[in-house]
Every structure is written in C-alpha cells, then in structure tokens.
Design a protein around this ligand. Structure first.
Ligand SMILES: N[C@@H](CCC(=O)N[C@@H](CS)C(=O)NCC(=O)O)C(=O)O
Length: 224
C-alpha cells in the first residue's frame, strides 16, 4: 500500500495522521508527474492528492481513504463506538471540508500590500468565523473532536488549523485564531498537544508546512 501525496496537502496530511495514529506504515509518494498532470490523471482522473494505492485498486478522497483504513485495520479504533459520537466526529470532517477548506485559497496573495483587497479579506473573515462556530458547535463532548480519544474528525481538522496557524492567523487581524478565542476549540487544540501520537503528527505537519510555505512565498515573490 502507498499513498500519493505530500504533507503540505492538508488532505494528504489527514490520511497521514490517521495512519500514524493507527500505527500503519503508509509510505507517502509524490504523484507521478505531479498533481494535476496527465501522467497522474492516468492513475487518478481527478488529478488530486491524496490517493491510496491498495495494490488491489485505487481509492481517492481523503475521508474515504480514512474510512477504508478504519475498516481494514479496526484497531485502534479511530471512530468512536457510540453512533452519536461517530456522527460528531464525521461532522467535524465534513464541516472542515465544506466550510473551512474553501476559504483558504487566495488569501496567501493578500499578504502582499500591493495585492491587498479588503473586501476579499473581510468576506474570508466572515466565512471563517461561521466555519469555526459550526466546528465548535458540532464537536461532541471533549476534549477531542468527539470524545476522550482522537478520531477521524481530529485528523481532518488539525491539518487545516495548522495551515491557518502558519499562513493566515498571524497575517490577518480580521481572522483570529479560534483555538485561542473559542473555549471548545481551545480545549480541543490543547488535547492534541497533550496526546503523544497527535502531538507527533502535529509537529511533523507543522515542520513540513513551514518548509513548503517558505518555498511557496519565494516562488510568489512574497516575504514570509
Ligand atoms: N476532496 C479531496 C480534495 C483533495 C485536494 O483538493 N487536493 C489538492 C492538494 S491540497 C490537489 O490535489 N490539488 C491539485 C489539483 O486540483 O489539480 C480530498 O479530500 O482528498
């Protein structure tokens, strides 16, 4: 089994964190020819990462890959046993995908004073504020996304929060870090730091992202 993708992708990072917490050795490989390339589209027509080569077929979509790994390797469980808590965990993933993820794109360019468009930033700030209210509301009882153990929702939300902590919150006062202002999200973020497996995944992602963002800022001709 191998995973096409790189840690700089918060979607690939979701699967990587999930596999780490499960104790599965899941090597990460660059998409052949690069994401979006014709060579890679011959393997995965969406051109997107991650995709899991199971040896018996390809599985796309980060959340579906995690669900597959959960079924194939049930222990340790990364979905709560209780059906309501399972739904909370899955809601955190879905809210991350539908309401958090889309508003990140485009913001990095806004860091350049010359490109700054206040209306764009204000719209993103409003969208993020709503998304964080949804996340906080639909997390189950804590301290993790749903219950007292990490689960799929934690693996979905954490990489995006790490990305925003590096590339958005420190640069736009209009978009405050909800893990500092929202009590439930603060409790959640602290729980990740206090759990050795989550902490290891979070610092690996943090490091990989920092390197990638440095490279990206250089390519865009923007300062850090
Ligand atoms: N819904 C997909 C989203 C994956 C996605 O958008 N991946 C980005 C990288 S972060 C990508 O591969 N973009 C390349 C492209 O769209 O060509 C998932 O959950 O796996």
């Amino acid at each position: 089994m191998k995973l096409y993708g790189a840690l700089a992708s918060p979607y690939a990072a979701r699967v990587h964190m999930f596999a780490m917490l499960k104790g599965i050795d899941l090597p990460l490989e660059s998409a052949p020819g690069g994401m979006g390339s014709d060579e890679y589209k011959a393997i995965n027509p969406t051109g997107k990462v991650p995709a899991l080569d199971t040896g018996a077929g390809l599985i796309a979509e980060s959340e579906i890959i995690c669900e597959y790994l959960e079924e194939k390797y049930p222990e340790p469980a990364l979905l709560p046993a209780d059906p309501v808590l399972r739904a909370h965990s899955r809601m955190v993933s879905r809210i991350t995908d539908l309401y958090v993820a889309p508003h990140n794109s485009g913001l990095i360019r806004q860091r350049s004073p010359a490109a700054r468009d206040q209306a764009f930033i204000d719209a993103a700030a409003g969208n993020f504020a709503n998304a964080f209210v949804y996340l906080s509301h639909f997390m189950g009882p804590g301290p993790f996304a749903a219950g007292d153990q990490p689960s799929i929702g934690d693996c979905a939300a954490a990489p995006f929060i790490i990305l925003l902590k590096q590339s958005v919150f420190p640069h736009f006062e209009e978009i405050p870090d909800p893990t500092e202002t929202d009590p439930r999200l603060k409790q959640w973020w602290e729980a990740l730091q206090d759990h050795s497996g989550c902490q290891a995944a979070v610092s690996e992602l943090d490091e990989a992202l920092e390197k990638f963002l440095k490279y990206l800022m250089g390519r865009l001709g923007l300062s850090q």
